[in-house]
Structure formats: structure tokens, C-alpha cells
Ligand binder design. Structure first.
Ligand SMILES: Cc1cc2nc3c(=O)[nH]c(=O)nc-3n(C[C@H](O)[C@H](O)[C@H](O)COP(=O)(O)OP(=O)(O)OC[C@H]3O[C@@H](n4cnc5c(N)ncnc54)[C@H](O)[C@@H]3O)c2cc1C
Length: 369
């Protein structure tokens, strides 16, 4: 049985492990903490609609594959583990406040129509009838789009389901094992050195999120991944206040079925510091109260931050490492790692298994630096 060692057990590493194990690989996942407790846990779980059949840009093709696969995985994870990851098609509303934002939204609507993704423009006055909780704030917005097929899932549940499904398929998950170095001989990684001794496998895949570039420096590989902090708030209402995801530029409100509402998020370049800050929280609270005034009477349950793996050109790195026949990277998914994790798993399992991915991964190649 061929073997693969995966370094980093976030949603990307666990998804690749799951897919390889389903294809009868012997897989081990190492994580220096408990798997799935970094960016993947911190995220909001927004899954914007995409259509692989009509997509032109390579990233949109990956989005389309990922979007279609989420529904299938949610059903399969539930059947295999009994854990419901909270996947649901709740729909999303995109908001514009200024003339410039309204023009950008019109362009976005055009792109959705081109890609045959259902989209509707909400006329003045329709927003509040759509989401009654916006009655007091609807006048702040010049334009709004309704995307009925936008979906969401609940990150902690999805990660629990993935880890359980991995174990169900025989994946060995090793928490609290940190990779510190790797040895390469004859153009291959022969051994990964960890805080708990050496590990080796036929193939090695590095998926350590925001930490991947630091790790791969030790193998002489340079990648343009840097941590971008995102802070998040969680309100807990007694009953649901909203039905749909609200997207307002880079910020959003995501309603869960149980009355909880996530409010995100900041984008900060502060190195590997994942503390929340007073100003970040105050900024998100101000945004939340402005869009949804009813939150003023709703308790704030929690606040946290995570480090997104940002990449200078917005494209994740997916592919074989230059000069190393048995080493791969899957990292740098920035704001979309939850979303792109399913498609990433499918194409990386093809590549690692010496198969042919369903589309060219050339634009995602690690050798672009
Ligand atoms: C606030 C916020 C909101 C977000 N919202 C969304 C959203 O709505 N939709 C979406 O699709 N994406 C969202 N994202 C982005 C998404 O969370 C990330 O792109 C994704 O989680 C990246 O997954 P990953 O597996 O690459 O990284 P991570 O989840 O960070 O996992 C990397 C793993 O590698 C491990 N590791 C690091 N170094 C080592 C080492 N030396 N040895 C062993 N293990 C190591 C870490 O412990 C960690 O578990 C959001 C992110 C944030 C922070």
C-alpha cells in the first residue's frame, strides 16, 4: 500500500488525508497542536456559489469543483461518522454602500450571470422585506444582490467530522508532533524530523497553512505565504435574527440556525500574533450594530482570531516541490481555505497518486516563488 505523510492537520491536510485514505493509501497526519485548531477552526464557513462548467479563471475552476463537492462530502461525512457539519444552502446577500461599491456589485452580478450562477438584484425597499431585521439599516445601502445558492458550514463540526472520517478510513492522526526539519537525499525527502522522532513515507505533503513557508525554507524552497490575522465575534441571540449571510465588502454576518451570529473579519499583517485586540473588536462591534441594530440587545458570546495563509498573487500553492520528486505542497488558501479544501483534496490526491488532475495545476505551481 503506498504511503503519504501529511504535515499540518488543518482543513486542507485533513481533507487530503481523507481523500487519499479513501483511495487506499496509508496516511499519517502530523500536527504540532490538536489538528484543526488554527485558521480552519477560526473561519466563518462561508461557501460562495461557483460553477465549474462555466468558469474560465483557474481559481474559479477550483472553486467550482470545491463548491460541488461540499454537498457530497457533507452527506458522506454524516453517513460515515454521524456528525452533521452544518452544511446548508442559506443564500447570501451582497451589499454596497457607495456608488463605487454599487458599480463593483453590478460587475459581480454580470460575472455571476456569465457563469450561470443564480443572482438577483434587490430593488430599493426589497432588502427589508427580505430580511426584516434590516428594516432600520436598509437605507444605508445603495445596492444589494441576492445569491440564493450561497452555502455555509460550521467549521468546528466539519473538522470533527473530517478527523473522525479519516480515522474511520485508517488515517493515523498524531497531535502534538511538530516538524522541525527534513532530510533530502537524491532529489527525495527521505525523512521528516519531528519533536517525537523521525517519520518517513513514500510521499510527503506539506499543508501547514500560514506556517508552510517557514517550514519549507528548511528544504531550500521559497514560497510567498504570509500570515494575515482575522478577528471574529460571536453573538448569541435567543432566536434567529437573520436567515441569510450578509456580505458587506470584506466584512460579513453569518447566521447559524441556533441564533448565533458570527461577525467577521479584520485583515491585519501582524506576523504570527493571533491575539484579538480592543480596536479590532470595537471595529467589528461597530460594524455589527450598524448593519443589524438588534445585536445591541444580544450578548457577545466569544471573540477570537486566526491566521490566514495569505499569498501575494491570491493563488494557493498546489503541486510538487521543485527538485523533490516525492514532496508536495497544498497551502496559501487565504480567505477561502475551508471553501477550497474539498477541490484541493481531489486534485492533490490525483497528483500525489500519480494520476492526472481534472485540470492543469500549472497556475498554482510552487516554483512561481
Ligand atoms: C477569521 C477567519 C475567517 C475565515 N472565514 C473563512 C470562510 O468563511 N470561508 C473559507 O473558505 N475560509 C475562511 N477563512 C480562511 C480559512 O480558515 C483558511 O484558508 C484555512 O483554514 C486554511 O487551512 P489550512 O489547513 O491551510 O491551515 P490551518 O487551519 O492553519 O492549519 C495548519 C495546521 O498546520 C499545523 N502546523 C503548523 N506548523 C507545523 C509544524 N511545524 N509541524 C506540524 N504541524 C504544523 C498547525 O498546527 C495547523 O493545525 C477564514 C479565516 C479566518 C482567520
Amino acid at each position: 500500500m503506498p504511503s503519504c505523510l501529511i504535515v499540518g492537520g488543518g482543513v486542507v491536510g485533513l481533507s487530503i488525508a481523507y481523500e487519499l485514505a479513501r483511495r487506499n493509501w496509508s496516511v499519517t497526519v502530523l500536527d504540532r497542536r490538536q489538528p484543526g485548531r488554527e485558521a480552519s477552526w477560526a473561519g466563518a464557513g462561508i461557501l460562495p456559489p461557483a460553477n465549474r462548467a462555466t468558469a474560465r479563471h483557474p481559481l474559479d475552476v477550483l472553486r467550482g469543483l470545491s463548491f460541488a463537492t461540499h454537498r457530497e462530502w457533507a452527506d458522506r461525512l454524516l453517513a460515515e461518522t454521524g456528525i452533521d457539519n452544518g452544511f446548508q444552502q442559506c443564500g447570501g446577500i451582497y451589499l454596497a454602500r457607495t456608488a463605487g461599491e454599487a458599480a463593483a456589485l453590478a460587475g459581480l452580478a454580470e460575472q455571476f450571470r456569465d457563469e450561470e450562477i443564480p443572482v438577483e438584484r434587490l430593488r430599493h425597499g426589497e432588502l427589508a422585506s427580505f430580511e426584516p431585521a434590516l428594516a432600520r439599516s436598509a437605507d444605508r445601502f445603495r445596492a444589494a444582490l441576492w445569491l440564493p445558492t450561497e452555502c455555509q458550514l460550521r467549521n468546528p463540526r466539519h473538522l470533527r467530522a473530517l478527523a473522525a472520517a479519516c480515522q474511520h478510513h485508517g488515517v493515523v492522526i498524531e497531535p502534538d508532533v511538530e516538524m522541525i526539519d527534513a532530510r533530502c537525499v537524491g532529489g527525495k525527502v527521505t525523512c521528516v524530523e519531528t519533536t517525537r522522532g523521525e517519520r518517513s513515507a513514500d510521499q510527503v505533503c506539506f499543508s501547514a497553512g500560514a506556517w508552510t513557508a517557514e517550514l519549507l525554507k528548511r528544504l531550500g524552497v521559497s514560497l510567498g505565504i504570509l500570515p494575515i490575522r482575522g478577528q471574529m465575534l460571536l453573538f448569541r441571540a435567543a432566536a434567529p435574527l437573520l436567515g441569510r449571510i450578509l456580505n458587506d465588502g470584506p466584512r460579513y454576518l453569518v447566521p447559524r440556525d441556533d441564533g448565533r451570529i458570527l461577525v467577521g473579519s479584520t485583515e491585519e499583517e501582524v506576523g504570527f500574533d493571533k491575539r484579538t485586540t480592543e480596536s479590532g473588536i470595537a471595529d467589528l462591534i461597530g460594524f455589527a450594530y450598524d448593519v443589524l441594530p438588534a445585536l445591541r440587545d444580544t450578548p457577545l458570546e466569544n471573540a477570537w482570531a486566526g491566521l490566514r495563509p495569505g499569498v501575494y498573487d491570491g493563488m494557493p500553492y498546489l503541486g510538487r516541490l521543485p527538485g523533490l520528486a516525492n514532496a508536495f505542497v497544498a497551502a496559501g488558501h487565504f480567505r477561502s481555505g475551508l471553501y477550497l479544501s474539498t477541490g484541493t483534496a481531489l486534485v492533490m490526491a490525483d497528483l500525489i497518486g500519480d494520476g492526472t488532475p481534472p485540470f492543469s495545476l500549472e497556475p498554482f505551481r510552487p516554483s512561481r516563488g
